[in-house]
Ligand binder design. Structure first.
Ligand SMILES: [Zn+2]
Length: 97
């Protein structure tokens, strides 16, 4: 019994590590951090783009929770409808020419 528990704990640790790895990768992908904000032509594109993104943890659909302006960037907070993990996406509205 004790061994089974230990095995399960080890498995949970592995899963946690994998999830942390996925979160790290997501933060390094476009839009995953303020310095990697995705440039969009118009503010009206921000929400559809955020809604079309997938959960980096499980690939599930996300729902939009918040859309705010922070330090000149559009920050959209989404949450996975499948696993519930939250994510922030960053967009920059391209300057008009
Ligand atoms: Zn998910």
């Amino acid at each position: 019994m004790a061994r089974k528990r230990a095995e399960r704990r080890a498995l949970e640790r592995d899963v946690k590590k994998q999830l942390e790895q996925k979160d790290k990768l997501a933060a390094l992908s476009p839009g995953g951090a303020p310095e990697r904000a995705i440039e969009v032509a118009s503010a009206s594109l921000v929400e559809p783009m955020a809604r079309a993104s997938k959960c980096p943890r499980c690939g599930g659909d996300v729902r939009l929770e918040e859309h705010v302006v922070e330090r000149g960037l559009r920050v959209v907070r989404v949450r996975c409808t499948a696993c519930g993990s939250p994510r922030a996406l960053y967009y920059r509205i391209a300057a008009l020419h």
